[in-house]
Design a protein. Structure first.
Length: 217
């Protein structure tokens, strides 16, 4: 398998259901992330039951993205797992070229923002292309223990990200998380994000949606 990340955009605040300081994240529009056994992550049935996130919008126009993308979320005892599928004929893929000054071609970027407010939050960014080119940057050292695996079919490619809760520097029940994913697909209209907020920068604190981890740690 090729380790990589796909082009998409997701942003959200993570918390543990019923976990004191994180109850605020259990907002009306929150995405509830089910807990699964680590051994079950390879089971297709597990992912079919996981909540699906779609509705990506063009970063430039705000219209529904021409490139269909779907993400499903789950968590184990120790990590958040984000599985993103880009529906695209692989013959049209332009493998991404990634650097601190430029990100071009097909790629996926995952943003994780850890902290309870904008001023003190730490942001980590992890880019990956369909063929495994990777690049990381953030307000702290590159994420430790992060991984991404890509699988493909003739009409899609899927990136499965694993983000350890230790990324937050403490037990996740004491930490507010936000995540974002950006998918870039030049042959299908360019960058697309979820959720879309015309007033906010992509992959930022402002463009976020709450997540609640179901189950206890």
């Amino acid at each position: 398998m090729v380790k990589t990340v796909m082009p998409l955009a997701i942003v959200a605040a993570l918390s543990i259901a019923g976990a004191g300081p994180l109850k605020a994240a259990a907002a009306e529009n929150a995405v509830r992330v089910p807990r699964v056994a680590a051994a079950g992550l390879g089971d297709a049935a597990v992912w079919q039951k996981a909540p699906a996130v779609s509705g990506f919008r063009s970063l430039l126009m705000g219209a529904p993205a021409a490139s269909k993308t779907e993400c499903r979320l789950a968590h184990t005892e120790t990590a958040l797992v984000v599985r993103c599928t880009a529906f695209q004929n692989l013959e049209s893929v332009q493998d991404g070229v990634l650097s601190a000054t430029s990100q071009t071609g097909d790629y996926m970027a995952l943003s994780v923002i850890v902290g309870t407010d904008v001023e003190h939050a730490q942001q980590h960014l992890y880019y990956i292309s369909p063929k495994g080119r990777t690049f990381t940057m953030g307000t702290t050292a590159p994420p430790r223990g992060w991984s991404a695996v890509v699988t493909t079919t003739p009409i899609s490619w899927t990136a499965t990200f694993t983000v350890p809760f230790a990324t937050g520097g403490s037990a996740c029940v004491h930490t507010s998380w936000r995540i974002a994913v950006l998918r870039n697909a030049p042959s299908q209209g360019g960058p697309a994000v979820w959720p879309y907020d015309a007033a906010a920068q992509p992959l930022s604190w402002a463009s976020s949606k709450p997540l609640v981890f179901m189950g206890s740690h």
